[in-house]
Design a protein around this ligand. Structure first.
Ligand code: FES
Length: 87
């Protein structure tokens, strides 16, 4: 479980262990594009402003992962307790 704060609205959402970030965002009526929902295509990417990402996609390169500034919401999660997203 981790939290995400949405920078634009100030909304804070909890992502349960059994739910993806993408699902959590959609349940809060936040519209994020998606296609494969398996970490393969890159369409569900969002920018990350703060927090440490647990990358679980196969889209980003090693360097892009280390930059820690964007993530695939369909599969990636957080290593820190909270992420701040540019949404
Ligand atoms: S929907 Fe394809 S990587 Fe997330």
């Amino acid at each position: 479980m981790f939290e995400v704060e949405l920078k634009d609205s100030g909304l804070v959402l909890t992502v349960p262990a059994d739910q993806t970030l993408l699902t959590t965002l959609r349940r809060a009526n936040v519209d994020v594009q998606s296609d494969c929902e398996e970490g393969l295509c890159g369409s569900c990417e969002v920018r990350v402003l703060d927090g440490e990402i647990d990358h679980r996609d196969v889209v980003l390169t090693k360097g892009e992962r280390q930059a820690n500034n964007r993530m695939m919401t369909c599969c990636s999660r957080a290593r820190s307790k909270k992420l701040v997203l540019a949404l």
